[in-house]
Write a protein that binds this ligand. Structure first.
Ligand code: RUB
Length: 323
């Protein structure tokens, strides 16, 4: 490992995030924070960085850049890197290493606590006997349903399959394990089943300053249909999903993924000359979302900017950039 080459553990985590072996905004964030701790341990041992604090810092920034480049939409990833790198301090490699490892552990702990806390808030919105509809697989959304079950409420779920990667299967399995009766449906059946549903619960990859919710493709259509059917829809999202750059007018990049996720190459070949597009996320305008549930309580989407300013000030530092 040279001073700019990330440790093998970092490259492995980056690869797993890019290939979606590690996926979902919260899981990506904790994996990225843990990878930085692994980088710190490796750099404290490596010849090029073990006795040079500046080279150590440079190697941490390079590792963060490698992780940052994996997927563009979930802001929890840069927010995790920011949290850890901003707490890196010390005038010796050992102190720097310790500060990174401590920050990484503190971040992961906070993440777990935040999810538990928001689960309680989200659960309060659900009543005994409710049926919820889910989209994709969100650990924050599941935390709300699981907390409601723990409160003794009887909840059932209509789970959208979520093309093209079928993360709905993960949701179905986890809800079943939590004792929630599950009905799995294809995405296009959602509107038909909304009449049987009391709540829609989704997660978020990023939340913009105007209250727009960026989540798995199909969330915005579901939200519009839920509004039309009069079914309340909430986003469960820890505050690390708040996107600080949107405070200064930046938009959130929507990841475009490989067309092979949508259609297998042979079938495509048979059809002939067509274009295939595979956006992984979409933006639900705040007017179609009833509440954003965080560990700090629930917010109407339009007021989330207040919390964002409190937590991030007016902008976002990039501590992984070369000085
Ligand atoms: C996952 C997805 C999830 C959010 C929230 O997309 O859209 O709803 O990431 O998840 P992908 P969590 O499968 O493409 O990563 O609540 O676990 O952070």
């Amino acid at each position: 490992m040279t001073d700019t080459e990330p440790a093998p553990a970092v490259r492995e985590t980056a690869e797993s995030i890019a290939t979606m072996e590690i996926r979902g905004a919260a899981t990506i964030a904790s994996a990225a924070a843990e990878a930085l701790a692994e980088q710190a341990e490796a750099a404290a041992e490596a010849d090029a960085t073990a006795s040079d604090p500046e080279a150590f810092r440079a190697s941490m920034r390079a590792a963060a850049r490698t992780l940052r480049e994996t997927r563009p939409t979930a802001v929890s990833l840069p927010n995790a890197l920011r949290y850890v790198l901003q707490r890196m301090e010390g005038d010796s490699v050992d102190r720097l290493r310790r500060s990174v490892v401590d920050a990484s552990e503190a971040f992961v702990e906070q993440l777990d606590r935040a999810q538990e806390d928001l689960g309680q808030v989200g659960a309060n919105r659900l009543a005994d006997g409710d049926t919820v509809m889910t989209h994709c697989h969100s650990t924050d959304a599941l935390a709300c349903i699981e907390a409601a079950v723990e409160q003794g409420k009887s909840i059932s779920a209509v789970v959208k399959e979520t093309r093209p990667r079928q993360q709905g299967h993960i949701t179905a399995e986890q809800l079943r394990e939590a004792g929630v009766p599950v009905t799995l449906i294809v995405d296009s059946a959602a509107r038909r089943y909304l009449d049987e549903v009391d709540h829609v619960v989704v997660g978020a990859d990023s939340i913009a300053a105007d209250g727009g919710v960026i989540n798995k493709i199909g969330t915005s259509g579901l939200a519009v249909n839920a509004r039309e059917r009069g079914v309340p829809i909430m986003t469960a999202a820890q505050t690390i999903k708040l996107h600080p750059e949107t405070l200064t007018g930046h938009t959130v990049e929507i990841e475009m993924r490989d067309e092979a996720e949508v259609i297998d190459p042979e079938a495509r070949e048979e059809i002939g000359d067509i274009a295939v597009e595979n956006p992984a996320f979409d933006v639900t305008p705040p007017r179609y979302m009833d509440a954003i549930v965080t560990e700090q309580g629930q917010f109407p989407p339009e007021s989330i900017v207040t919390l964002m300013r409190e937590l991030f000030g007016e902008g976002a530092a990039e501590p992984w950039a070369e000085p």
